[in-house]
Write a protein of this length. Sequence first.
Length: 297
Amino acid sequence: MDYLRPVEFGLFVTPATAALDNCFALADLADGKIEFLGIQDHPYQKDFVDTFTLIGALLDRTEEVRVFPDVANLPLRPPAVMAQAAATLDLLSEGRFELGLGAGAVWPAIAAMGGPERTPGEAAGALKDAVEVIRLMWSGERSVRFAGEHYRLDGVHPGPRPAHDIGIWLGVGGPKLLRYLGGHADGWAPSNSFFPPPALPERQEAIDDGARDAGRDPASIRRLYNIFGSIDDAPSDEMFHGTVDQWTDWLTGLVVDTGMDTFVFGAEDDDYEQCRRFVEEVAPAVRQRVAEVRASR
């Protein structure tokens, strides 16, 4: 299963208060070499700075790399206001912001911060409502209304419009939400810690079914994979812990056999040297290998 999409790469960045210099160093490393920086969003973490504010700072100091919340914590970020923040960041960066969006997790911590504590069904419904609200807020219409179960718009004047068509990438895993994603969203953003490679094909099929039911081309949907591991000098039997050659084989297979197209690498403690090896050694090797395999087919 290969959707023949361009293969792209990113770094997964922790917005740690004590490691902001490293955040900026990773942004400098990525800019012009790979496509994305993904910033995790856990507002209830006392040792983290605000993700959206940090994204603004990272966009300001870079020129090419695109930045997105990986993924935004919907229960603590009302979607209409989040849509305005996203559009603002996109305008300020001339089209370099994308929106990863999650239904929420760690519910006691969310509730402690004043957010709702939702059941899985409620979280799924709120996520669907939020996608509709965000799109309406970017629509450029004079006035919009939406009557959802969890979020409403009642004659609001939406705006501003983003500088480009911001992608909405969902960090979901259940079959119903995956089918919804196929019909309504622009990308899927799972992590290998929750969805290891053997779990991907069945979920890809659910996305594709949803896309076809909605009259969409499944290949129009980005398949992003957050991958946590280590790049080592010695071979390993454990996937995502091994040499550059092993990483090249693993990621190439995930593209041409499993249909993933974007890989966001997270190193332990955001280790700079690990990230440098991913950017400068793994990413170019995978681009070349994928091109060779596709040409041979």
